[in-house]
Design a protein around this ligand. Structure first.
Ligand code: HEC
Ligand code: HEC
Length: 153
């Protein structure tokens, strides 16, 4: 088929709502691999999370900073939030260590409720820290991409 005929065929298929002719459809390569839907895939290997405590540069304005340490030791539930032990304003973990071991306090935005009123303690909408702040694993991207950071600092 000449390229122009192929285009026409595609356009017609689009117009008439018909499926794209099989020869023209791009092959779909599922992340799950070439397994039938009913087959159970073996569980993937667990990732090893990075725990180096060096802050990770942000990629865009207003990005929740990525967590430069592991998080599984810090429970977040109805009654406790392990992250607050170190990230509350005025808290200095590792006081006896050098200055670099101080954790960054949460920003003021974490104390402002949905009515814009500043509270004494972190507000409920920020309780589940890992909803926005995620630890990092040294993993290969699942799909190739050309993402570039909008910030360089
Ligand atoms: C034992 C203390 C401790 C606990 C508990 C802790 N952190 Fe941290 N956190 C740190 C330290 C230390 C750093 C690195 C700070 C630095 O480099 O100045 C850090 C860095 C971060 C940063 C990066 C901040 C930035 O500006 O780049 C985020 C986000 C963060 N932690 C989130 C969390 C979350 C979410 C939890 C709970 C799951 C948590 N932390 C629990 C000590 C702690
Ligand atoms: C709804 C999303 C969201 C939740 C939930 C959330 N954060 Fe954040 N956090 C952000 C964003 C966005 C920023 C960056 C902008 C800012 O500072 O407000 C940030 C910034 C931070 C910083 C860096 C502050 C700085 O000055 O560099 C720390 C530390 C942090 N958050 C810790 C936490 C902890 C601990 C929790 C849980 C108690 C939490 N966050 C819950 C979105 C969130």
């Amino acid at each position: 088929m000449k390229p122009s005929t192929a285009l026409l065929a595609l356009a017609l298929a689009g117009l008439t709502g018909l499926a794209v002719p099989p020869g023209l459809a791009a092959p779909i390569d599922s992340l799950r691999g070439d397994l039938p839907i009913t087959a159970t895939e073996p569980a993937p290997a667990l990732f090893k999370y990075i725990n180096d405590k060096e802050n990770i540069p942000r990629n865009f304005e207003e990005q929740p900073p990525l967590v430069p340490h592991t998080t599984e030791k810090y429970p977040i539930n109805l009654t406790e939030n392990g992250c607050l032990k170190c990230h509350m304003e005025g808290v200095t973990p590792g006081k006896d260590e050098d200055e670099d071991s101080k954790s960054v306090p949460m920003s003021e935005s974490h104390y402002v409720d949905r009515n814009g009123v500043k509270q004494d303690k972190p507000v409920g909408s920020r309780h589940f820290c890992t909803q926005c702040h995620v630890p990092q694993a040294d993993a290969e991207p699942l799909v190739e991409n050309t993402f570039q950071a909008a910030l360089t600092k």
